[in-house]
Design a protein around this ligand. Structure first.
Ligand SMILES: [Zn+2]
Length: 590
C-alpha cells in the first residue's frame, strides 16, 4: 500500500511494498525455508551503561552451583547456556535485565533549534556512495475526509516540481519518493562526487532535499501533470493482490483511519483539489519539527562536518507556527484528531493563563517572558505518537459476555488460492532494555520452533497446504504489533490446510516446546546473531537506513550488531523452559 512517485526519470519505480505477513498468496518457499533468523527487526536495541554481567562472567558460585553454565564450542561460535540461578546470581540477573541495551556507537541523532531532526550513520557499503532520505511525518492517516490521496499528490508535486532535484540528473544520483500511511519520504542515493562536475555531492543532495520539502512552487501545469500521474498510478495499482491487501487492512484496522485512508486515496477527490488546497496541506505538515533527515553511507567527511552542513542547509528554516485558524480548531477538537501540536494545545491555554495571572516583579521581564512563552507555544511540534490512531488491542480468553471476533470473508474470481489470516493486534513494546531483548528472544524462539515443526512434519509427505506461517512483528507504519497466523492452500484443500495450521498452533499452545527444541533453537538464534555480528560491515546503506528509520518509528533503540550479539548471549542464558512455555501459552491464546 506504499505508493511511489512515478515520473522520476532517474529511477525505476519501486513496487508497492507490502508487509510480508500480509502479502497475499505469496506462495510456497518462505514457509519451508529455514527461518531467516538474522533479519529480525526486533533486534534494534541499545544502552549507555555497559551491562555488568558479560556473558564470559557467567559462573558457578563458590558456594553452591548457582548458575549452571555450559559452554559449547561449535565452529567459531561459542554458545553459553545457563540453566539454574541461585539467589545472589538471580539478583545479578534482575539487575542486568533492567539495564538499557547499548546504542549503536556510530549513530548520531540530533536536532536543530527549529526542531528539524537528523540521523547520521557512517556505513562502508557500497563504497564512496551514500543515502540521504528526508522523512516528513505526514501520511495518508493524517488526511481529512475530503483529503483522501492529497499527501501522495503533494509528494508528487513537491518532488517533481523541484529544479534542484532536476539538477541531480546526470550526477550519478538516483532520487525518488513515496507516501505511506505514516510518512512521506524523499530519498536520494548518490556517489560522494558528482559524475559530471566532479563537485561534492552531499551539499548538493541536501540542498535538493531542502528545496523539495520546503520551497515548492505548486505550479498549475505541474499539478495537472502529477494529478494525471497519480490517477494512472491508482489504476495500475488496482491489482487483485492490492485489493486483497486493502481488505486485510480494512478488517485489521476497522476501528481507525488505517482501515480507510489508503495512501493512493480516492480518485474522484484527486481530480478536484485546486492548487491552494495542496499548498494548505503542505503548510500544515511540512515544517522543520515534523521532518527527520537520515544520512547513511560512506561519507567523504567527518560526522561533525556532516552535522555542520545539515545546520547550514536546514538551520535557516523558520520553525512551523500554529496559525490563528489552527488555534480555533485546536480548541474545539479532540487533540488526537489534529496533528501538529497535541502537547501544545493544553500548554497553550495553561501557559497563556498563567502568564496573565502570575504577578511579576519587573514588568519588562514579564512582558518579554510572556512573549517568549507564547512564542514557544505557537511553534508546532510533531505528534508524540505516530501514526496518530487508536487501536483496539487484545488477546487471551474472551471476557464474560464478550463476543468472539467476527470472521470476514472476501471472494473474487481472480483469486486462485485459499488464504486464511488470523490477526491479533498488540501494542509495540519499545525495545530499550535487556529485559525487552529477552522477551524478543523468546518470541523468536517460538516462531522458529513453529516454522521448523511444520517444515519437519509435513514436507516429507505431500502437504495439503502451500504455506502455514506464524509471524509476530512490529509495524511502524501501523503503530502496533501484529501477530498473524496465515494459511494458504489450493481451494480444494482449504479444510485440511486449516486443520493443520490450527492443530499445530494448539499443540504448541497446550504442550509447549520440548527441552530439546528449546535448546536447539536458542542455539540457532545465537548462531545467527553471531553471523550477523561478523557481517556487521557488509550491510548496504539503503537497508541500514530503512532499518534505523523503522526502529526509531517503533521506539526501539538501534544497536550495533556486535553489541546486539553480546546482549543476546547474556539474555539467552537467563531464559528457562518454563518461562518460555508460559510465554508460548499466552501468545498463542488467540
Ligand atoms: Zn506516486
Amino acid at each position: 500500500v506504499r505508493v511511489a512517485a512515478s515520473h522520476a526519470p532517474t529511477t525505476l519505480r519501486r513496487p508497492p511494498q507490502m508487509a510480508p505477513r500480509r502479502a497475499p498468496l505469496s506462495v510456497a518457499a518462505s514457509a519451508f525455508a529455514p527461518p531467516r533468523l538474522g533479519v529480525s527487526k526486533n533486534l534494534a536495541l541499545s544502552s549507555r551503561r555497559a551491562p555488568s554481567v558479560a556473558s564470559g562472567q557467567l559462573r558457578r558460585s563458590q558456594r553452591t552451583p548457582m548458575i549452571h553454565a555450559t559452554v559449547h564450542r561449535r565452529g567459531s561460535h561459542i554458545i553459553v547456556c545457563a540453566a539454574m540461578a541461585d539467589v545472589q546470581d538471580a539478583m545479578d540477573v534482575r539487575e542486568m535485565l533492567k539495564m538499557d541495551v547499548k546504542k549503536d556507537k556510530g549513530l548520531v541523532v540530533g536536532q536543530l533549534d527549529n526542531g528539524f531532526r537528523y540521523v547520521v550513520l557512517p556505513n562502508k557499503l557500497p563504497p564512496t556512495r551514500f543515502e540521504a532520505h528526508l522523512e516528513v511525518h505526514v501520511g495518508s492517516v493524517d488526511e481529512g475526509v475530503d483529503e483522501q490521496g492529497i499527501a501522495h499528490l503533494v509528494e508528487h508535486v513537491t518532488f517533481l516540481g523541484s529544479k534542484k532535484r532536476e539538477n541531480l540528473l546526470g550526477s550519478g544520483a538516483r532520487a525518488n519518493a513515496y507516501t505511506d500511511f505514516h510518512h512521506t519520504v524523499f530519498h536520494v542515493h548518490a556517489p560522494v562526487t558528482n559524475n559530471m562536475s566532479g563537485g561534492k555531492m552531499l551539499p548538493q543532495v541536501l540542498e535538493a532535499l531542502e528545496d523539495i520539502a520546503f520551497r515548492p512552487e505548486f505550479q498549475l501545469n505541474r499539478i495537472e501533470k502529477e494529478r494525471k500521474a497519480v490517477l494512472a498510478e491508482a489504476q495500475m495499482m488496482n491489482t487483485i493482490e492490492y485489493r486483497v491487501d486493502c481488505q486485510l487492512l480494512q478488517y485489521l484496522h476497522e476501528e481507525n483511519n488505517l482501515g480507510c485512508r489508503f495512501p493512493i486515496g480516492k480518485t474522484d477527490q484527486v481530480k478536484t483539489w485546486p492548487a491552494p488546497a495542496l499548498r494548505k496541506f503542505w503548510e500544515k505538515w511540512y515544517y522543520p519539527a515534523n521532518v527527520t533527515l537520515y544520512v547513511v553511507g560512506d561519507l567523504d567527511r567527518s560526522v561533525d562536518d556532516v552535522k555542520a552542513l545539515i545546520e547550514k542547509t536546514f538551520g535557516k528554516l523558520k520553525p512551523g507556527r500554529i496559525s490563528a485558524d489552527d488555534i480555533k480548531r485546536l480548541q474545539s477538537l479532540d487533540p488526537r484528531e489534529y496533528g501538529p501540536a497535541p502537547a501544545a494545545v493544553p500548554a497553550l491555554g495553561a501557559g497563556a493563563a498563567s502568564a496573565q495571572s502570575s504577578p511579576s516583579d519587573a514588568a519588562a521581564s514579564s512582558v518579554s517572558g510572556q512573549a517568549a512563552a507564547l512564542h514557544d507555544l505557537l511553534i508546532k511540534t510533531r505528534h508524540s505518537v505516530r501514526p496518530p490512531v487508536d487501536h483496539k488491542f487484545g488477546y487471551g480468553p474472551l471476557a464474560p459476555g464478550e463476543k468472539p471476533a467476527e470472521v470476514k470473508l472476501f471472494r473474487h474470481p481472480l483469486l486462485h488460492h485459499y488464504m486464511l489470516s488470523i490477526f491479533c493486534k498488540l501494542p509495540i513494546k519499545p525495545m530499550t532494555t535487556m529485559d525487552h531483548l529477552r522477551q524478543s528472544f523468546m518470541m523468536r524462539t517460538l516462531l522458529s520452533v513453529f516454522r521448523f515443526r511444520l517444515h519437519g512434519r509435513y514436507m516429507s509427505g505431500e502437504p495439503q497446504f502451500i504455506t502455514v506461517d506464524l509471524d509476530i512483528s512490529d509495524s511502524g507504519r501501523e503503530g502496533c504489533a501484529v501477530s498473524t497466523l496465515t494459511i494458504t492452500a489450493e481451494p480444494r484443500d482449504w479444510a485440511a490446510a486449516t486443520t493443520v495450521g490450527v492443530q499445530e498452533i494448539r499443540r504448541l499452545q497446550r504442550h509447549g516446546l520440548t527441552a530439546g527444541e528449546f535448546e536447539r533453537y536458542r542455539e540457532a538464534i545465537l548462531r545467527d546473531s553471531s553471523q550477523l555480528a561478523e557481517q556487521a560491515n557488509k550491510i548496504p546503506s539503503f537497508d541500514t537506513l530503512n532499518f534505523v528509520m523503522e526502529s526509531l518509528a517503533c521506539g526501539h533503540t538501534v544497536m550495533g550488531h556486535r553489541d546486539a550479539h553480546e546482549a543476546m548471549m547474556q539474555v539467552a542464558a537467563t531464559i528457562t523452559l518454563d518461562e518460555m512455555n508460559s510465554l508460548v501459552r499466552s501468545m498463542l491464546t488467540f
